[in-house]
Design a protein around this ligand. Sequence first.
Ligand code: KG4
Ligand code: ZN
Length: 369
Amino acid sequence: MKALTVLGIETSCDETAAAVVRGQAPGPGKILSNVVFSQLELHAPFGGVVPEIAARAHVERLDAIIEAALDEAEVALSEMDAIAATAGPGLIGGVMVGLTTAKALALGASKPLIAINHLEAHALTARLTDGVAFPFLLLLISGGHCQLLGVKGVGEYRPYGTTIDDAVGEAFDKAAKLAGLPYPGGPGIESLAARGNASRYALPRPMRGRASADFSFSGLKTAVRQIVRSETVVTEDLAASFQAAVIDCITDRTHAAMAMFRSDFAEVACPSLVVAGGVAANHAIREALLRLATEEGFQTKIPPPKLCTDNAAMVAWAGVERGQLGLFDSSGIGPKARWPLAPADPGGTGSADALGAPDGGTSARRKRD
Ligand code: KG4
Ligand code: ZN
C-alpha cells in the first residue's frame, strides 16, 4: 500500500484544528503539522462550551489555521491525497463549519473527501503514534465520551461499555464547579488531589462489581453536592476523595471490559489497552490503569496528552487509514450531531461490531456521542 498524505480538519467541539499527516497502516505515521487553537478562554466564563460561540469562533479561525498547517508541513494542497474532516458526532454548528470547508477544498482542488467519525479518530490515534495492531481494547475518556470498545479494524467496533449518564470528564467538571474550581475542572482537581486526604469523604463507586462494563457518574456528582451543601469542605481532601472514587470506577469497569475482550479475542496473547481522551492526561488515572494492565497481561498505550485531547492529526490519520481502504465520501454527506461507533447491541450479546449508521439511534444522553 502506498503512503498517503492527508489534510485533517477538526471542529466538533471547542478546538479549531488542522493538521497534515503522512503514512500508511498500521502506522506509526508522520505528523507534518498539527495546529490547534483552543477556544477555552472564550467558554471559561460560562463554565462550559457554548455551541453558538464555538461555531462562530470556528468560522473566524479555520481558514487561517488550515493555512498555518499547510505552511508548517511545507506541503501544498495540490499534493494532498485526500481532505479529511470530522463529520460528527459533535456540536452541529461546529461540525458544519469544518465539513463544509473540507468539501469546498476537496472540490476546488479535485481531491477526494473523507468524512471522519470523531470517535474513530480518537480510537485510531495509537496507530498513528505507535502502530498498535488490531484488535485492541480502547478506553475513551474525555469531557464528551466515556466508552470501552474492542477495536477490530477500521469501522469495526465491539461495544463493551458506555456511560449511562455523564462522561467522566463531565463529572470532573461538575465536581470542580461544586467545589468552586474553574472550568475545565480536571486539571484543578488533579493538582489539589495530590495534597489531599482521599479517605476523608466517603463517596460512592457507581456500577462497581457489575458484570457489564458500563459507567455511571451522576451518583458521585450528587454525593459531592450533598457534602458541599452540608459542611465547609477541605477542598484538597474533597478533590482527592473524588479522584480516588473515579479511579476505582474506571479501573473496575476496564477490568470488566478486559474479560470481554479476552473472550472475544482469545487468540491475542498480549493485547493492548489504548487510553484516549482528555482525562487520560491525569497522572493518577494513568498510573492506576498501567498497574491494572500489568496485572491483567495487557500492554498499555497512552498517546501523549496533545494527541489525547481533540486535535486534527488524529482526523488526518483516520483519513489515511480510510483512504487506504478506498473509503471516500461524496460531497452529499451531511454533518451528524450523533454518530455512535458501534450501534447499541439489541440482544445484549456484545456481537454488534459495525460502525453505526449515521444518526443510528443511541440511548446515550451525552452531548457528543
Ligand atoms: O478530550 P478533551 O480535551 O475534550 C473533549 O471532551 O472531547 O477532554 C476534556 C475533558 C474535560 O472534561 C477536562 O476536565 C478533562 O478532560 N481533563 C482532565 C484532566 N485534564 C483534562 N480530567 C482529569 N484530570 C486531568 N488532568
Ligand atoms: Zn474528542
